[in-house]
Design a protein around this ligand. Structure first.
Ligand code: TRP
Length: 327
C-alpha cells in the first residue's frame, strides 16, 4: 500500500493566493504524483477555537470544501472530507491527552500567540489544539504531512506523542514526517512588509476575486519611487513581492522577468501581472460558480470521503484502544 499523506485547512474565511501557494498548490501536485494515499480535510473542529458565528461558520465550511473541489482536489485520486464527520479523530485525541504533558502544551508558540490575540476567549480548545491535530494525523498512521512552517512545531509534537505512545503501550503509531515544499512568501500588496492576510482585504488577493478586483488591487499595489523592475527585497519590498507572485504563477524565473521588463515601466509590469493572475484563476472561478449551485453533490463527495476515512481510522483506532487495555 502507498504511504498515507494527510493535511487539513481551517475554514475561517476566504482563501488568498498566499494560502493557495502555501498549501493547496502543493496538495494538487502531491495528489497528481500518484505516490501517496492522499487525505485532505476541512479542519472545522479546529476552527471553533477562535471566535465564530455558527451561520458564518457553516458557510465557511462549505466554501472551503467547494474551493478544494474547484481547485482540483479530485475525489477519485484523494479522500476529501470534513474533520467533524470522522469521530475517530476525537476519540484518539482523548486517548492521547493521557500521555500529553500539560507543560508542553502551554509552551506551544501558537497557543501563546492566539491566547494573546483573544484574551477574552482563552478556551481549553485553543490549549488542546495540538492534541487534536496529532490525532488527525496519527489516527490514519500517516507517514507524510505537507504543512507550512507555522505548523512544524505541532507536527514535531505529534511525532513526540507517537514515540511516547509506542514506547509506553507497544508499536502501533507511525511517526509522521513533514513535507515542506518551497513556497514563496506572499506579502500584503499595500503594506509589503506585512504578510498577506484576509484581515487586510485591500492588499489581499483572494483566489475568488473578480477580474476587476484583481486588476484594481494589483494596479494600486505599493511599489517605490524608482522605475526599474528589479528584485530587491530590502529596498523594493513591494516590487519584490509582485515579482515573486508573477514567478509563482507563471514559472518564469525572476531573473528572466527582470530582463523582460528592463525597459518597461511599473504600470506595464503590473498590467501583465494582473493578466497572469486573472488567467491563472479563471478556470477555478468558473468551476467554483458551478459547484456553488451543486451543494448536494458537494455533500455527496464529502460523505463518501468521510466513509472511506472512517474505514481507515476505524481499523487503527481498534488497535490503539487494545494497546491501552480498553475492552
Ligand atoms: N493546524 C493546521 C493549520 O492551521 C490545520 C490542521 C489541523 C492540520 N489538523 C491538521 C494540518 C492535520 C495538517 C494535519 O494550518
Amino acid at each position: 500500500m502507498k504511504p498515507v499523506l494527510i493535511s487539513g485547512i481551517q475554514p475561517s474565511g476566504r482563501l488568498h493566493i498566499g494560502n493557495y501557494l502555501g498549501a493547496i498548490k502543493n496538495f494538487l501536485e502531491l495528489q497528481e504524483s500518484g505516490k501517496y494515499e492522499c487525505l485532505f480535510f476541512v479542519a472545522d473542529w479546529h476552527s471553533l477555537t477562535e471566535n465564530f458565528d455558527p451561520k458564518e461558520k457553516n458557510e465557511q465550511i462549505m466554501d472551503l470544501a467547494i474551493n478544494f473541489i474547484a481547485l482540483g482536489i479530485n475525489p477519485n485520486l484523494a479522500t476529501l472530507f470534513l474533520q467533524s464527520h470522522v469521530l475517530e479523530h476525537t476519540e484518539l485525541m482523548w486517548l492521547l491527552t493521557s500521555i500529553t504533558p500539560f507543560g508542553e502544551l502551554s509552551r506551544m508558540t501558537q497557543f501563546k500567540d492566539k491566547s494573546a490575540r483573544q484574551e477574552e476567549n482563552v478556551n481549553v480548545g485553543l490549549f488542546t489544539y495540538p492534541v487534536l491535530m496529532a490525532a488527525d494525523i496519527l489516527v490514519y498512521k500517516a507517514a507524510f504531512v505537507p504543512v507550512g512552517e507555522d505548523q512544524l512545531q505541532h507536527l514535531e509534537f505529534a511525532r513526540t506523542l507517537a514515540r511516547k505512545f509506542n514506547s509506553k503501550f507497544g508499536e502501533v503509531l507511525v511517526e509522521p514526517k513533514s513535507l515542506m515544499t518551497a513556497t514563496p512568501k506572499v506579502m500584503d500588496l499595500k503594506e509589503p512588509k506585512k504578510k498577506m492576510s484576509k484581515s487586510m482585504p485591500g492588499g489581499c488577493l483572494f483566489i475568488d476575486d473578480t477580474e476587476e478586483e484583481i486588476r484594481k488591487k494589483i494596479m494600486s499595489a505599493t511599489t517605490d519611487s524608482e522605475t526599474v523592475v528589479r528584485y530587491d527585497d530590502e529596498k523594493k519590498p513591494g516590487l519584490a513581492n509582485l515579482l515573486r507572485i508573477y514567478n509563482a504563477l507563471s514559472s518564469v524565473a525572476i531573473a528572466d522577468l527582470e530582463n523582460q521588463y528592463k525597459d518597461k515601466n511599473y504600470s506595464h509590469f503590473k498590467k501583465d501581472l494582473a493578466e497572469v493572475v486573472v488567467n491563472y484563476f479563471a478556470d477555478f472561478r468558473e468551476k467554483k460558480m458551478v459547484w456553488k449551485k451543486r451543494e448536494e453533490e458537494v455533500m455527496g463527495i464529502l460523505n463518501e470521503g468521510a466513509r472511506k476515512a472512517k474505514i481507515m481510522a476505524g481499523k487503527n483506532i481498534a488497535d490503539i484502544r487494545g494497546k491501552m487495555g480498553l475492552v
